[in-house]
Design a protein. Sequence first.
Length: 240
Amino acid sequence: MSATLNPTQAAEAGARSSILARLRATAIPEALPLPGVKAWFDAHQRHEDSAQRVARLRAALEAVKTEVHDTTAADWPELLVRLAAAKGLRNLLIGADTPHGAELESRQPANLELKRYAESIDSWRDVLFDEVDASLTLAKSAIAEIGSLILWPTPAEPRLMSLVPSVHFVLLDVATIHADLHSAITTEDWKDSLPTNALLICGPSKTADIQQTLAYGAHGPRELVVLLRHAQAVKPGAAA
């Protein structure tokens, strides 16, 4: 037995039926064609070589107070240790199980304590936030056009490693520098392999108040140090 609607309920039901009837009667337009993104980027390529991409990335990073240093596969650990000593750093956070972390450990730096990210955040939150001076992570790649490093967080190198310590060292292989974001997305097949968080980092953390006073380190590392790892030594004065 159906319930009797009062005048207000009947009016609401009638209005709802009228709206639904109009929606159902509306013709569905044909889908617009997808834009030719690849064709656009193909037509606007800079046709740069590796040295030009490195130079463009460096200029963009240094413009926002990022330190950029050239190094090689053989020399980067010593460079990192020297930079850490110059900054007065006591310790460095490395991934739980990474090739570059293991390589740094094998050099046994005398004046820099290496801490592995081997605990859950709940068990050592205070240590991470209060006792870690700096961290080292590996960049998956970089984008020359916008001066961004691409970090791909993993269980071995979680996102907090790039957010919490005051000084963030990033090791970047120059062979992985892309001309633009489209190149990075397509070459690395992002559509099938995105992590929970993919990070694009353009410089140290900074913010400004209403008086336009710029402050570094408010929401993350106050210093970003990029180690450009070349296949071979870069000659003095060379672009890359």
